[in-house]
Design a protein around this ligand. Structure first.
Ligand SMILES: [Zn+2]
Length: 176
């Protein structure tokens, strides 16, 4: 099954929940049609890095590419609720269409486990194509990166995250 959002008028990678217990989502919408994908923090991290590298290469090839200036505050850059993910993200890729001058994210559902059972053969993975301008993609990446980085602080001693309730540092052998 293929779902296409072209072009997206809302595009965000963000999270909900308290630090240490956050859930990450990629969300896109066109008018009233909202699409939410559940993902891992590292996937958002990879996507953010992937988008900025992709746009960098793209703008070397197309010097007139409209990447514009990022806005500090985009009013629409919040997850729309209710958050109802369609699937959990497996693979995600980035592309560009010269004719429409739009970038595309191609996201695929995390594959079902292969079951040695003929009845399970027909499960079809869902694929999504989200089209948006380079500027929208950069804006999403910029915002997404801030979300990823706003997690728990890291202990300089053991490099583990520090919870709000306190931190038992395995490197300190019980000493403070
Ligand atoms: Zn520590």
């Amino acid at each position: 099954m293929l779902i296409e959002i072209k072009p997206a008028d809302h595009l965000i990678a963000s999270c909900v929940g308290k630090p240490g217990n956050r859930t990450f989502y990629i969300q896109a919408a066109k008018e009233d049609e909202t699409l939410t994908i559940l993902c891992e923090k590292f996937q958002v991290q990879q996507l953010v890095g992937g988008i900025s590298q992709f746009v960098k290469r793209l703008s070397e090839k197309h010097p007139n590419l409209e990447t514009g200036a990022l806005l500090d505050d985009v009013p629409d850059l919040v997850l729309r609720r209710p958050i109802e993910p369609l699937f959990r993200l497996g693979e995600i890729g980035i592309g560009y269409d010269e004719d429409s001058e739009l970038m595309v994210l191609i996201a695929q559902e995390l594959g079902q486990e292969v079951v040695e059972d003929d009845y399970q053969d027909e499960t079809e993975t869902v694929k999504v194509r989200i089209w948006a301008t380079c500027l929208q993609m950069l804006q999403m990446a910029d915002h997404g990166e801030k979300q990823v980085l706003s997690g728990r602080p890291i202990c300089g001693n053991c490099m583990q995250p520090i919870d709000a309730e306190g931190h038992f540092c395995p490197k300190s052998n019980g000493h403070k």
